[in-house]
Design a protein. Sequence first.
Length: 70
Amino acid sequence: MIENARIEGQHPFEVGVDGKTRISIHIPTGEQGSFLGIKYNKENKIEPSVRICPSCGKIELYIDKDKLGD
């Protein structure tokens, strides 16, 4: 399991060009970056996909494991 990942969504007023809002999964890489001397933890940002059971209606979020990087 990957620890300390987080789910983030757009604010209601941040609607995309297609009129939809997006959610993304932020997965820590363990690397640090620097911007103007300010250090931050690098993350992979991935949009999840959804599976829906046609029988019971249960939904499940998942991501393509190839997008995780190494």
